[in-house]
Design a protein around this ligand. Structure first.
Ligand SMILES: [Zn+2]
Length: 135
């Protein structure tokens, strides 16, 4: 399986709809940015990753699951994903982007109120800050 980040996942659609309903507009999967962030709000200099708990090793029930066969292969592969994620986030921050990671399990919560709070706080904080010009 070559693609770790499956585009247009259910979780991603939930987050997109939420951000859209808040009145923000965005671009998707910008290839010119580290890690090809799922959602990019260029004016606010914000990116959002919607991560699958298993693939990106969230510390939750789903993220802690380990396939029964080929354990070593999987452990290595998943660890690589995690280090790649870290590297991409570091690169983005260095370029002046604010980064929010939303986990798949957060998008499955009933009502979605908590997710809504997290996302709106992230975007609102950013909106109030003057956007630094690129060096
Ligand atoms: Zn999770």
């Amino acid at each position: 399986m070559s693609r770790v980040r499956s585009q247009n996942s259910q979780a991603e659609l939930v987050v997109r709809r939420l951000i859209y309903s808040m009145g923000f507009r965005y671009r998707l999967h910008r290839k010119d940015l580290p890690g090809k962030p799922d959602i990019v709000l260029a004016r606010l200099k914000c990116v959002v990753f919607v991560n699958g708990c298993f693939w990106h090793q969230h510390r939750c029930k789903r993220g802690n699951r380990r396939p029964a066969s080929n354990r070593e292969y999987w452990i290595k592969k998943l660890q690589r994903n995690v280090s790649r994620d870290r590297l991409n986030i570091a690169k983005l921050k260095k370029q002046g982007w604010a980064v929010l990671v939303v986990w798949e399990c957060q998008t499955a919560q009933r009502g979605g109120e908590r997710l809504k709070r997290v996302v709106s706080k992230f975007l609102a904080n950013r909106g109030q800050r003057p956007i630094k010009a690129r060096p």
